[in-house]
Design a protein around this ligand. Sequence first.
Ligand code: GDP
Length: 149
Amino acid sequence: MSLIFAAKLYNMTNRTFTMIKPDATEKGNTGGILQMINKAGFRIVAMKMTHLSKEKAGEFYAVHKERPFYGELVEFMSRGPITAAILEKENAVEDFRKLIGATNPANAEEGTIRKAYATSIGENAVHGSDSNENAAIEGDFFFSKLEQF
Ligand code: GDP
């Protein structure tokens, strides 16, 4: 069986998208988070530091528009620089969700990025795509095809 066929059959992909959020940037945790990502076996295939405008942050999180925390989320995500990256590894989306841990750091397991670096349900250090489809959409939001290696 070819690897591509196997990946489709088991709904695995080899890429996901992440952001190191403004809280982690402010605290100087970018390097520590990237080290955890590399140690877990993810390869960085695109990366940039950037600062989202309110408009762009709102667009990225448009799916949460009706949620009560949407305004707070947009304020937070546009507060300062972030690092956006595309990561490659077998079963990337699912494995990266495990590595980042629960949305609320109070529920995050030992050894996860959010357990180590998040401070609250809102300021939780990192983003990780929740599906293969969103991983592709979110990666393309930040990176042109020429910037994805
Ligand atoms: P994720 O997939 O684990 O990032 O969680 P969600 O997709 O549910 O939420 C997206 C992001 O919105 C989270 O990572 C948080 O930064 C933020 N968020 C989620 N729930 C809350 C909340 O109750 N309050 C605030 N202020 N932010 C939240």
